[in-house]
Design a protein around this ligand. Structure first.
Ligand SMILES: *Cc1c(COP(=O)(O)O)cnc(C)c1O
Length: 376
């Protein structure tokens, strides 16, 4: 058993060769030399590229360290999500989605319905998706959910879905493969946006789907080729390079998020505070059971009295960028309701903790909260 910090620094690397780099650079090629019949590992740039192949091997080693798995990398998390849904579902099928998942799922729902697929939704909390599972072809889970941070029981939902022949996919973006391994918990697919904590520097869009089933991987790969949602070699290489620090970042960011959540617990202006690592959180017991110890993610969500109060708070922060996305090395925060896609109050803040020293970050946040409260 190798530890995660050890595994990540070598994940997906080729065997050492004299006078070659540890991680070969990005290979920019629209096509490869191809004599004779059109067979080979690398033919045309939409079908395969050695830089993606190395990244895919690396992600597979993290999502499924003990069993071989197939990973298909995409241009973004949405490309990966759409690939799994649209490659597996046909007209007349039913699919179960969370009603509190990523903000683009409603747009995906509309598209699925236009193709004659029945879409049912239920909340992530309390495993409510169990109630609408009957006869479904695929169950889509997002845990912890973004931005509400509810957690559902992957093993329980996967067992129920499999007992009636449904496939199970888990959006593992928030946890990362070092925080949670959906395939070990019974899922058929672990799907994620690599744009967030996986790559962690806020400079790359990327996505992937990992499965242990070769036929499922083939159908997802064919979808990628058909719609052309391929990752660029440069992005793939940057992502692979970033994986080496994933264990360091995940540990530091989770510790910082917990420190921040604990510091916010007694603030009178905060109505709802969520972080799965907080022992008092409704998600905590289940998170402890299915997530890896101390790795409950870098996101803390909380609600301030109103829009103006939230905007004063964000403006008063000095170590935190007002920006969307999460999982990066620099802390970011935003008033989530500004997008209009999530069912959250006007004062709801999604806070992403970076790798700063937790005490500096907590001091900055408490000072900004004081400033925001004074002007109320
Ligand atoms: C960001 C995000 C996505 C979409 O990923 P992109 O890389 O932005 O396309 C999907 N699911 C979750 C949970 C996300 O946070």
């Amino acid at each position: 058993m190798t530890g995660d910090g050890t595994r990540v620094v070598r994940a997906g690397l080729p065997e050492p060769e004299p006078f070659q780099p540890a991680l070969p650079g990005p290979e920019f090629a629209a096509h490869f030399h191809l004599p004779g019949d059109a067979v080979g590992p690398y033919t045309y740039g939409r079908d395969g590229n050695p830089t993606w192949a190395r990244l895919e091997r690396a992600i597979g080693e993290l999502e499924s360290p003990d069993e071989s798995a197939h990973t298909v990398a995409f241009a973004s998390g949405m490309a990966a999500i759409s690939a799994v849904l649209f490659s597996q579902l046909r007209a007349g099928d039913a699919v179960v989605l969370p009603d509190d998942g990523y903000q683009l799922l409603p747009a995906v729902r509309t598209r699925l319905e236009s193709y004659g697929i029945e879409v049912r939704t239920a909340p992530t909390a309390r495993d409510a998706q169990l109630g609408v599972l009957e006869g479904a072809r695929l169950l889509w889970i997002e845990t912890p959910s973004n931005p509400g941070l509810d957690v559902c029981d992957i093993r329980r939902l996967a067992d129920a879905a499999h007992s009636q022949g449904a496939l199970v996919a888990v959006d593992n973006t928030l946890a990362t493969p070092l925080g949670q391994r959906p395939l070990d918990l019974g899922a058929d697919f672990s799907v994620a946006s690599g744009t967030k904590a996986l790559t962690g520097h806020g400079d790359v869009l990327l996505g992937y789907a990992t499965t242990r089933d070769a036929a499922l991987a083939d159908s997802v790969r064919l979808w990628r080729k058909t719609v052309g949602a391929i990752p660029g070699p440069m992005e793939s290489w940057l992502a692979h390079r970033s994986l080496a620090t994933l264990a360091l970042r995940v540990r530091q960011q989770a510790a910082g998020a917990l420190a921040l959540a604990e510091a916010l617990r007694d603030r009178p202006e905060i109505t709802v505070l969520r972080h799965p690592g907080l022992p008092s959180d409704p998600s905590h017991k289940l998170a402890v059971r299915q997530m890896r110890p101390g790795r409950f993610g870098c996101v803390v969500s909380f609600t301030l009295p109103d829009k103006a109060h939230a905007e004063r708070f964000l403006a008063a922060l000095t170590l935190v960028d007002e920006a969307t996305s999460f999982g990066g090395v620099r802390s970011t925060a935003e008033r989530r309701a500004r997008w209009g896609g999530d069912a959250v109050p006007d004062g709801f803040i999604r806070f992403s903790v970076g790798v700063e020293e937790p005490e500096d970050l907590v001091a900055d946040v408490l000072r900004a909260l004081d400033t925001a409260a004074q002007d109320a």
